[in-house]
Design a binder for this molecule. Structure first.
Ligand code: FMN
Length: 403
């Protein structure tokens, strides 16, 4: 070869000195981000994000359920630039994706919910703030162009519950989701074994861990102490146990009716809701269902949301919004969920991995990975629009277990 040809073969790139940019450059899938998050976080924190309830059967089933659905492309359909846009409650979204509520988010990265909210706003997708967010809803409400939703753990003290509704409405929240799967905390085996407390205590084990994850602990200790500004005052800085002591352990349809009466915005029920219950919620005035088994963190051996989806869609009809989460790790999962009847897919862990790896830029990176995968999946499936994905859902996506 001539020297010029050898030079052309040599692809010497300049070294990227910024560690977070370097890490993002190395992650091309949510699984890559997961591996990096595992490396970056103390074990006790990673396990809090990653873990499920009891034997983690549902946690595994959630991902396996998506993998069991096979895609059947349409050939030669002249697709050049698939259009993944959808409309949700009057907002046009670039794709049917949203960010599910996750509590104690500043545990994963000191920038916490603000980083997640900014990334969601930049991408033009909704973000659901958790009742146990570690950032105040007023601060999240300041993020421009954020399509901010909120999740409610009904509090034993109903006056505090109504105060929460007023606070979120005042901050510009337009959609409320009532979690109905958390009347008692799931048995998170990993957290129990690791002795997790919220906020994490500087136990002898944690002090030893500082050597293994210095940058995590540095940013954690430099940031203001973690509190739960949207919860009743007494719970601030409490342990997981003491916070869940505030949640109602006996929920019924009357509670949904009472919340419907007081909440003027859109209302969704979040949980592993079956068809008849979904219909009852809509009859009571709910605007939709957020199908979720809490990412396998509550009732173990609970049905997957993908298995519940067809009966829920059939029960509520075309009008109400059906959101789905639990197990979504790839854009093809989003397309699959849309094909089978969901209007919006949400992710929990997928964005938390990104947050742990690189704060706001990491969340944006996770959203970017999923968006590209949705585009590529649609292109390879031979579909032009999400409407086409839904209309041809039954032929595009089939359950390989029943083939
Ligand atoms: C670390 C973590 C914290 C969570 N905290 C909450 C919460 O505060 N409220 C809630 O309704 N769901 C919570 N969830 C459940 C998520 O909203 C969502 O249902 C779940 O993460 C979806 O599954 P996926 O992680 O497989 O995407 C949490 C999930 C995780 C992983």
């Amino acid at each position: 070869m001539k020297p010029t040809e050898i030079r052309a073969l040599l692809q010497l790139k300049s070294f990227e000195f910024n560690r977070q940019t370097r890490r993002r450059g190395k992650s091309h899938s949510i699984e890559d981000l997961r591996r990096l998050a595992k490396h970056s976080l103390p074990k006790v924190v990673f396990d809090y994000v990653e873990g499920g309830a009891d034997a983690e059967v549902t946690l595994a089933d959630n991902v396996a359920g998506f993998h069991a659905r096979r895609l059947f492309p349409v050939s030669l359909s002249d697709v050049e630039q698939p259009d993944a846009r959808v409309s949700v409650f009057g907002h046009e979204l670039p794709l049917p994706l949203g960010l599910s509520p996750t509590g104690y988010t500043r545990l994963m990265h000191s920038t916490g919910e603000i980083a997640v909210g900014r990334a969601a706003a930049a991408a033009g997708i909704p973000y659901v703030m958790s009742t146990v967010a570690s950032t105040s809803v007023a601060d999240l409400g300041q993020i421009s162009n954020l399509n901010l939703w909120a999740q409610l753990y009904v509090l034993k003290d109903r006056d505090q519950t109504w105060a929460f509704l007023n606070r979120i409405a005042g901050a510009g929240v337009t959609v409320l989701e009532i979690s109905v799967d958390t009347t008692v905390a799931g048995f998170r085996s990993r957290d129990v074994r690791n002795g997790l407390t919220i906020p994490p205590a500087l136990s002898p084990k944690a002090i030893v861990d500082i050597g293994a994850h210095p940058s995590y602990w540095l940013q954690f200790l430099r940031a203001p102490a973690m509190t739960f500004p949207n919860m009743p005052q007494q719970s601030e800085g409490g342990s997981i146990g003491s916070i869940s002591d505030f949640f109602e352990s006996k929920l019924g349809w009357d509670d949904v009716a009472a919340i419907r009466e007081r909440w003027n915005g859109k209302l969704l029920i979040k949980g592993p809701v079956n068809g008849p219950d979904a219909k009852r919620a809509i009859d009571l005035g709910a605007d939709g269902i957020h199908l979720s088994n809490h990412g396998g963190r509550q009732l173990d051996r609970c049905a997957t949301t993908l298995d519940l989806l067809p009966e829920v869609r059939a029960a509520v009809g075309d009008g109400p919004l059906v959101v789905i989460d639990s197990g979504i790790r790839h854009g093809s999962d989003i397309v699959t969920a849309y094909a089978l009847g969901a209007d919006l897919a949400m992710v929990g862990r997928a964005y938390l991995y990104g947050l742990a790896v690189a704060g706001e830029a990491g969340v944006s990176h996770a959203i970017g990975i999923l968006s590209e995968q949705v585009q590529r999946t649609m292109h390879l499936l031979g579909v032009h629009t999400m409407a086409e994905v839904r209309a041809n859902g039954a032929s595009l996506v089939r359950d390989s277990r029943g083939l």
